[in-house]
Design a protein around this ligand. Structure first.
Ligand code: SF4
Length: 365
């Protein structure tokens, strides 16, 4: 069935209706992927993927009750809790990540919101990572406007704060903060002049209309997020969603494709859940328009495919890490080739372990 609306696909729009999203989602799979691939090609190099490293700077004991999250203090998941890392230790990790090819360094803390006591340390981290020449991103929970201003002044480029799901399904997943709280934080981030990283999680038992509701919320924000992480639920023993039914992988790919079409200029990120995806499914996600990943052994506290495997997959698919630093493709390729060679020699993980063994999962905030 052809689309009944004639909006030029590839246009950034903020007036997506439920009907239009439903029509996109209902397209035959090949038609949907064809459209999303065309939109992708019109806006990005289709063979480039932005690569970020993620570090948990404070792990576990979070007062929020997000039902998917092993870091919530409401559930017993056996996760080792850790206090806020020292600034120097964070900068060391960032330098290692840069040396191994990362262009963006994301720091996540399991907080409801940053406290006034902790914020100065966080600001030092931002300044230090920035001085290393990396893009900076943080996810610290809710922000007041003055906190957002302070982070922006310190040089923070991106703030991650996910909407998680549709407004309708939201209270089945989180009760300790409201949807409006999340929207308010995103507004503070925008008002402070920072870029937004915001997405959600697929596979929490939501209906298809909730997935569409999430994508419509994100696309219809006054300014679309520059980065849109689409996570596939990682089921963690001890959380209330440990036994939820698996999502059909094609439904996940559909979400990526629809996100690409609705947010044509945003980076759509494959985030948590990649370790459960086959190479073929990841390749299909890249074809559908995903163009950003995290690497490192773990994604905050849930396992992430080893970076080595990521780079092998990149090679097999002819993908390249997106450049940020003013380096030529040749220079960047040389850095990556050297890292792969060293990895093979040392039988060590290729890229810096963003998790420090037991420290890392997907903070969705
Ligand atoms: S997702 Fe973030 S806010 Fe929610 S429990 Fe986990 S760490 Fe806390």
């Amino acid at each position: 069935m052809p689309l009944t609306f004639d909006a030029k696909l590839g246009e950034v729009r903020h007036d997506w209706t439920k009907q239009q999203v439903t029509e996109l989602m209902a397209l035959p799979f090949n038609d949907l992927l064809f459209k999303s691939q065309m939109v992708h090609r019109a806006n990005f190099d289709p063979n480039e993927v932005q690569v970020s490293t993620l570090l948990s700077i404070k792990t576990g004991a979070c007062p929020e009750d997000c039902k998917y999250c092993p870091q919530s203090g409401h559930y017993n998941t056996g996760l080792a809790k850790e206090k806020l890392m020292q600034v120097e230790a964070v900068l060391k990790k960032a330098a290692e990540a840069k040396a191994k090819g990362s262009s963006r360094f994301c720091m996540g803390a399991a907080w409801k919101h940053p406290s006034d006591k902790d914020l100065p340390y966080v600001l030092e981290m931002v300044k230090g990572v920035k001085e290393l020449g990396l893009e900076t991103c943080m996810t610290l929970g809710m922000l007041r406007d003055d906190q957002a201003d302070a982070l922006a002044d310190a040089g923070l480029d991106y703030y991650n704060h996910n909407l998680d799901t549709s407004p309708d399904f939201y209270d089945k997943i989180i009760t300790t903060r409201s949807y409006q709280d999340r929207l308010d934080t995103l507004q503070h981030v925008r008002d402070a002049g920072m870029k937004i990283c915001s997405g959600g999680i697929i596979g929490m038992g939501e209906r298809e209309k909730d997935r569409m509701g999430l994508l419509a919320q994100l696309a219809n924000l006054p300014q679309q997020p520059e980065s849109v992480p689409i996570n596939m639920l990682v089921k963690v023993e001890g959380t209330p969603l440990a036994n939820v039914e698996d999502i059909d992988p094609f439904d996940f790919v559909r979400c990526i494709a629809v996100a690409r079409i609705m947010m044509p200029a945003s980076h759509v990120r494959l985030s948590a859940g990649r370790e459960e995806m086959s190479d073929e499914m990841q390749a299909m996600c890249f074809m559908a328009g995903a163009n950003s990943i995290f690497y490192g052994e773990c994604l905050l506290t849930t396992p992430n495919p080893e970076a080595h495997e990521d780079m092998q997959l990149f090679k097999r698919l002819g993908l390249r890490p997106e450049q940020r630093i003013e380096k030529s493709d040749e220079e960047q390729e040389a850095v990556l080739s050297k890292a792969i060679a060293q990895d093979q020699e040392a039988k060590n993980p290729l890229f810096y372990d963003a998790t420090q063994a037991d420290a890392i999962a997907s903070v969705q905030h």
